[in-house]
Design a binder for this molecule. Structure first.
Ligand code: ADP
Length: 349
């Protein structure tokens, strides 16, 4: 069956919301907005955070701990940087999976400057023993450490400088209740409106010296899956086409041609998205199909389907979740039937 490819190369998709190597280049770091005013979109979360930051500054106290949740590429890490900048406090960053021993976290916390911001990305992947060390650190700014072994073992409390923990997660539901309850501030990030993405693209193009016309910005924004990371990546790729094949200016025509070459349609859906929808239709008669069955058939990790592909398909209204599994909606079927680039629906499975 043609569509049963192995898609474990997720990271290579042009529309992947996951970071790729280009994002660590100096130019990309310079693209990261440094203040709330430079950060378009996410009005709800941003306005709340502005107030919490201003209140903490007025009181001269560290900001309460923050959890930012939502699909990848929407600006959680960027917001954490902005919070530190706006508070004028040092920023330290780590990830859940890299803190595999309680001692690693204890060392990190003990070394923080007063009021520093510690950002933990993928915080849902912290091992439970490490998470438990965080409980007293978050609540009382202290560490409970067991010294010695056997009958002579005793618990020692080590005071820490007050700090703010900012955690980011794509899976809020994976965090335990006791952990979640220790975050005084919880903000959800949603897919961006087209206008906000246009602003991000125009700003990014300005910083990178790219000639991006209004039509080009609009067309790119429409195809960026509501995700700034995807928007900025498509901007770079379309820039290549514009420089080599055209006079360097990106207008709507250049964008359309570039996206066609990248096999991305005008809504930002690529072959993998179309494969998922086609699979649901052709093999599972539109569902309900369990996420595990879908993952096996597509040769992908369950978590990748859940956290990377599915959120945008649900956001488009093409897939819905039910207690019995995932369903291809009527809108999803209509999309498949009109998709110029889709696989034929009458294929043999
Ligand atoms: P996340 O942590 O949610 O995966 P990031 O904060 O790493 O996302 O953002 C991904 C990319 O998109 C970065 O290059 C970042 O600079 C850019 N970005 C995200 N949100 C915005 C925004 N509101 N304005 C401008 N650029 C943004």
């Amino acid at each position: 069956m043609e569509i049963q490819r192995n898609h474990s190369t997720t990271i290579e998709r042009y529309v992947s919301p996951l970071p790729q190597v280009e994002e660590i280049a100096p130019a990309a770091i310079q693209l990261r907005p440094a203040s709330f005013d430079d950060y378009p979109g996410q009005t709800h979360a941003k306005e709340n955070l502005k107030i919490f930051v201003a209140a903490a500054k007025n009181r001269g106290q560290p900001l309460d701990h923050v959890i930012l949740h939502g699909p990848p590429g929407l600006g959680k890490t960027t917001l954490a940087h902005i919070i530190a900048n706006e508070l004028s406090v040092p920023f330290h960053s780590t990830t859940g999976p890299s803190l595999d021993k309680p001692g690693d976290l204890a060392g990190l916390l003990a070394g923080l400057e007063p009021s520093a911001l510690l950002f933990i990305d993928e915080i849902h992947r912290l091992p439970i023993q490490v998470e438990e060390v965080l409980y007293s650190a978050m609540e009382n700014f202290s560490l409970d450490v067991v010294v010695g072994q056997g009958p002579t073992a005793r618990s020692v409390t080590i005071p820490l400088a007050p700090f703010t923990l900012v955690g980011a997660t794509t899976r809020l539901s994976s965090l335990s209740r006791p952990f979640l309850s220790r975050f005084g501030i919880q903000e959800k990030l949603d897919f961006y409106e087209v206008e906000a993405l246009e602003q991000i693209l125009v700003r990014g193009a300005g910083l990178l010296g790219i000639q991006l016309g209004a039509g080009g910005a609009r067309e790119l924004a429409l195809s960026s899956r509501g995700t700034p990371r995807v928007a900025l990546r498509l901007l770079r790729r379309v820039w290549d086409f514009a420089e080599v094949l055209h006079a360097g200016i990106i207008d709507d025509r250049v964008v359309r041609e570039g996206l066609q070459r990248l096999d991305i349609d005008s809504q930002g859906l690529d072959r993998m998205d179309r494969d998922i929808l086609t699979m649901m239709h052709a093999r599972y008669q539109g569902g309900p199909v369990g996420i595990d069955a879908l993952a096996i058939t597509l040769g992908e990790e369950r978590s990748t389907i859940e956290e990377v592909y599915e959120p945008f398909l649900v956001y488009c209204g093409y897939v819905s979740r039910s207690a019995r599994g995932r369903l291809l909606t009527e809108k999803g079927l209509a999309y498949l039937q009109t998709s110029q680039n889709g696989e034929p629906l009458d294929m043999k499975i």
